[in-house]
Design a protein around this ligand. Structure first.
Ligand code: HEM
Length: 157
């Protein structure tokens, strides 16, 4: 309780035409109580974002070769699970660590930090396209950005 400010809702649900509708429940009334996941619009919003995100990646000639032979439906499900966790929508992520997952791509396929930046750029463009407010896009970047040091690190974090 104690949160009466009616800050504007700025997630993807706004672009879905619900702007101005009454928020329901305490978390909806009090932005400070919402996870980034909730603010983005919950499961449907993250699934929509991951779908568009991978379409952009696969349409990028620099990035597509890294996904050769990968089952993209599985990949998208894993990414939804990871982002759900990373944005505070789930307490655990059951997949492998990001360092271990991407190591082969670095040693065998020449994955470099500039590829990471391109992927991050597609994520930002995806969210902007979906009408996500810039402050939330910045929050997403704040969560995803540090994974760069994990992927290109020495496996200790
Ligand atoms: C932006 C930060 C990134 C995040 C958060 C991320 C996240 C993930 C996750 C959660 C998985 C599935 C892990 C599992 O199997 O349990 C994965 C796998 C994969 N990622 Fe990333 N990733 C990122 C950057 C990249 C980049 C830059 C590339 C290449 C351009 C890439 C290519 C791949 C590929 C090819 C796989 C499948 C690996 C395999 O199954 O052998 N990722 N990533």
């Amino acid at each position: 309780m104690g949160c009466s400010a009616s800050a504007p809702r700025s997630g993807m649900e706004q672009s879905a035409g619900k702007q101005g509708s009454e928020p329901e429940g305490e978390a909806a009334v009090c932005p400070a109580m919402q996870s980034l996941y909730d603010k983005l619009g919950g499961p449907a919003a993250v699934e929509a974002a991951v779908d568009i995100f991978y379409k952009k990646i696969m349409a990028d000639a620099e990035l597509e070769p890294f996904f050769e032979g990968i089952d993209m439906n599985k990949q998208m499900r894993k990414q939804v699970a990871f982002m759900t966790f990373a944005f505070g929508g789930a307490p655990h992520y059951g997949g492998r660590g990001l360092y271990a997952v991407h190591k082969r791509l670095i040693t065998e396929k020449g994955l470099r930090e500039e590829h990471f930046d391109m992927v991050a750029g597609h994520l930002v463009a995806t969210l902007q396209e979906l009408g996500v407010a810039q402050n939330l896009v910045d929050e997403v970047v704040g969560v995803v950005g540090p994974t760069k040091a994990v992927i290109f690190g020495d496996g200790t974090q």
